[in-house]
Design a protein around this ligand. Structure first.
Ligand code: FE
Ligand code: ZN
Length: 256
């Protein structure tokens, strides 16, 4: 099968949107729609036209441009089939296990609640790419607003099962702050120390630190490393459950 082409662009203070173009058919989607003007500018720069919007969750910084984009482009809006905090009208609502395709590119829908209850992620198994919204970030995870820590832990545990080479696009550039917290709980991790330096260098040049990969996250992201003996020793939780270690990490990050 022909691969898809991806184009990530920044919007608002620290958000990322991504355009996805199915190379076989030219059909194009955008993940999230917080800022219609930013999406239109990205499309114009690529010379692409929008066929679909894929919405990860109801938060304003991911949806405020949705109606304007539908009006301007006639795109089909695909969003979570779970109740969110806004009355949004999707053309197609999808839930865990649903599949659809962008042209010839297959897409799987995952449910990763915790940040919000409606959060869905879009996985492109043939491309080895996942869009994690505000669930999984480089070296971090989303703040748990609506779900429980246990729910977010389950979501992270599901994502952890993805192949190591999976490319991960998340919704925000939070990486430097995430790295500072990660170093506070995993200070002896050489891969983390090295990555934090790389990230500082990228940001100093105004470069994005995403997408990331599952391999990089498994090596450096404390919210996927709740089984790690050094982190557990640091927390004094050597024998605690994975869910308890995750919850303690999330609580510490909230207060960091
Ligand atoms: Fe959010
Ligand atoms: Zn967000």
């Amino acid at each position: 099968p022909m691969p898809a082409t991806f184009h990530q662009f920044p919007y608002l203070a620290d958000n990322y949107g991504v355009l996805i173009r199915d190379d076989a058919t030219g059909r194009t989607a955008c993940v999230d729609a917080g800022d219609a003007a930013a999406v239109m500018a990205a499309l114009q720069a690529q010379g692409w036209t929008l066929d679909e919007l894929w919405i990860t969750h109801w938060h304003h910084d991911h949806t405020d441009g949705m109606e304007e984009l539908r009006d301007k482009t006639g795109c089909t809006v695909i969003g979570p089939g779970y109740k969110g905090g806004l009355a949004l009208s999707f053309d197609k609502s999808v839930t865990a296990g649903d599949t659809f395709s962008l042209g010839e590119t297959p897409v799987e829908v995952w449910h990763t609640p915790g940040h919000t209850l409606d959060m869905i992620n879009f996985y492109l198994p043939e491309d080895g790419v996942i869009f994690t919204g505000d669930t999984l970030f480089a070296m971090g995870c989303g703040r748990v607003f609506e779900g429980s820590h246990a729910q977010m832990h389950e979501s992270m545990d599901g994502l952890r099962a993805l192949p190591a080479e999976t490319v991960i696009y998340g919704g925000h550039e939070y990486t430097q702050a995430n790295a500072r917290f990660a170093l506070s709980v995993d200070p002896g991790n050489a891969a983390l120390i090295a990555r934090a330096e790389e990230v500082d260098a990228l940001r100093a040049e105004g470069q994005p630190t995403m997408p990331t990969t599952m391999a990089a996250e498994l090596a450096t992201n404390p919210f996927l490393r709740y089984g790690d003996p050094a982190i557990r020793a640091h927390l004094g939780m050597a024998d605690a459950t994975d869910a308890a270690v995750f919850s303690e990490l999330r609580t510490q990050k909230d207060n960091f």
